[in-house]
Design a protein around this ligand. Structure first.
Ligand SMILES: *[C@@H]1O[C@H](CO)[C@@H](O)[C@H](O)[C@H]1NC(C)=O
Ligand SMILES: *[C@@H]1O[C@H](CO)[C@@H](O)[C@H](O)[C@H]1NC(C)=O
Ligand SMILES: *[C@@H]1O[C@H](CO)[C@@H](O)[C@H](O)[C@H]1NC(C)=O
Ligand SMILES: *[C@@H]1O[C@H](CO)[C@@H](O)[C@H](O)[C@H]1NC(C)=O
Ligand SMILES: *[C@@H]1O[C@H](CO)[C@@H](O)[C@H](O)[C@H]1NC(C)=O
Length: 467
């Protein structure tokens, strides 16, 4: 019974392989011609302007997929054949001279890269013959205008990159055809006006979007639906004075670097209950982190790197001292390049459980308040800035007794030493004076016949020569 089943299975697999085999062979013949005409067109034979085409096996059963790299070729739209070779999987047309979107036709293309061209507008139906497209990169162009139906016919698109363009306003419901969009990048559209549009309902943005990037879009405020299941949000280099209070509750990663916050307050972070990674880097104005501003249980990574004005971290920034000793998820913490001089010892339990703590470049005040930092199990690269006699030494290699809390200024030591020298000089003088013999007594008188200093005459020994 069992052996019968095995035989049947083997037979089935065999038939399947045979079928696949003939399919591949037939496809290869058609493929070869089309590939040649796209990759090595007659007009560009043996020139540096032909594309590079490579076969890759994209699936476990070995059906080949074609990757076409036409980057850096000075192509204009008229140079390109609209029909892509069969099984084309990726097409890279970055760094060319395209001033419009080339219209292509393919039923296999998965990724299209049009970055670094000179495309200034997107027109209706640009991409509608690319039904299988999953990733579309249009960054680093000069797109100003976008027609309403530009993205129609892309039901499988997951990644859309429109960064580094000149977008100002976008037509309403522009993104509605993108039913499964998961990543949207609108960064570096410096005149982008987000106050007029509600990104989700206004643009018809897929509700299940996971990643949204809005770096350098001149945002001074932002409202996103609290119950949208967004996971990653990047708001670097905007003009925000507070962390927006209406953000999706599900956020796992938030980058709020290079904004205009001066203080980090508890109300900035109170609604970020799920965040695992938080980046507060390159802040030009941030000076202090007040008590309870970082009281997260789930946070794993936190970075204040290069926030050059940051000089105060409250002892209770991570929550009440009674709670800091509790086990936290925090593993990586960076204060690299900030102006923090010291850390309250109540932070010791939290710092001890970190796998990574970066204190590179801090002007650390190595005194008795900070001596606990020597005991941390991780290498922090922190160096002492004060006191001057151990300046530049790693906190870990400086001697523990150098971490003292003297309240005396340096000149006081000098004074003490000078006083001691003066006192001992006086002492020596007095002793010398006390031992000096009285005046009028001459030494010679004392040297009489009985004195050990008396003159001795050595005479020859008579006993040695008896007569
Ligand atoms: C890809 O592989 C097929 C056979 O597997 C071959 O006929 C075709 O010329 C190859 N194309 C390129 C561009 O190497
Ligand atoms: C880019 O396109 C604009 C018109 O849209 C044109 O004025 C400009 O010269 C083009 N730049 C290059 C480098 O081709
Ligand atoms: C942004 O759009 C809103 C409404 O569409 C408009 O009132 C506002 O003036 C625009 N802002 C800028 C800077 O263009
Ligand atoms: C937190 O989010 C709620 C909405 O869920 C909002 O009403 C509240 O103002 C937010 N809190 C702060 C401090 O921003
Ligand atoms: C450290 O923090 C505790 C609790 O907030 C506070 O009482 C103490 O004065 C702080 N120590 C220093 C040196 O600031």
């Amino acid at each position: 019974m069992a052996s019968l089943e095995v035989t049947r299975d083997v037979g089935l697999t065999f038939a399947l392989l045979l079928l696949l085999g003939t399919h591949i062979v037939r496809a290869e013949i058609i493929d070869a011609e089309q590939t040649d005409s796209f990759c090595y067109p007659e007009s560009m034979k043996n020139s540096r302007r032909s594309c590079e085409c490579t076969n890759v096996s994209a699936s476990p059963w070995g059906a080949s997929a074609l990757r076409i790299d036409c980057s850096y070729k000075d192509y204009r739209v008229k140079d390109l054949s609209p029909v892509l070779p069969l099984y084309t999987d990726m097409l890279d047309l970055s760094w060319n001279n395209l001033d419009a979107v080339p219209i292509f036709n393919s039923i296999t293309l998965r990724q299209l890269n049009l970055r670094h061209n000179n495309i200034s507008q997107l027109t209706a139906g640009n991409f509608k013959e690319l039904i299988t497209l999953k990733e579309l990169y249009l960054g680093w162009n000069s797109i100003v205008q976008v027609e309403v139906s530009s993205f129609e016919g892309l039901p499988h698109l997951q990644v859309l990159d429109l960064a580094h363009n000149n977008l100002h306003t976008l037509p309403s419901q522009l993104l509605a055809p993108l039913l499964v969009l998961s990543t949207l990048d609108l960064s570096w559209n410096r005149r982008f006006n987000a106050s007029g549009v509600d990104l989700y309902s206004g643009l018809g943005l897929n509700w299940k979007l996971a990643t949204l990037r809005l770096d350098a879009c001149s945002l001074s405020e932002l409202h996103l639906p609290v119950n949208a299941p967004l996971k990653e949000l990047s708001l670097r280099r905007n003009q925000l004075k507070r962390i927006p209070n209406q953000l999706p509750e599900t956020l796992l990663r938030l980058d709020i670097s290079d904004n205009l916050l001066e203080e980090l307050l508890p109300e900035d972070t109170v609604n970020l209950t799920q965040v695992r990674q938080l980046f507060i880097e390159d802040m030009p104005l941030l000076q202090s982190v007040v008590a309870h501003a970082l009281d997260f249980d789930l946070l794993e990574t936190l970075s204040f790197q290069n926030s050059r004005q940051l000089s105060h971290l409250d002892a209770e920034a991570f929550g009440p001292t009674t709670r800091t000793s509790k086990k936290r998820a925090l593993r990586s913490l960076s204060f690299r390049g900030t102006m923090l001089r010291t850390f309250n010892s109540t932070l010791a339990p939290l710092f001890t459980q970190l796998a990574e703590l970066d204190l590179n470049g801090l002007p650390l005040q190595c005194d008795c308040e900070l001596v606990w930092l020597k005991q941390l199990p991780v290498q922090t690269k922190g160096r002492c800035y004060k006191p001057a006699r151990i300046r530049g030494m790693l906190v870990t290699s400086a001697r523990g007794d150098a971490f003292s809390c003297d309240t005396w200024p340096r000149w006081a030591y000098g004074l003490v030493v000078l006083t001691l020298i003066a006192l001992s000089a006086v002492g020596i003088y007095l002793i010398v004076m006390g031992l000096r013999p009285h005046r009028g007594v001459t030494m010679r008188r004392k040297v009489g016949a009985g004195s050990p200093y008396a003159r001795v005459t050595i005479e020859p020994n008579r006993q040695e020569n008896p007569h």
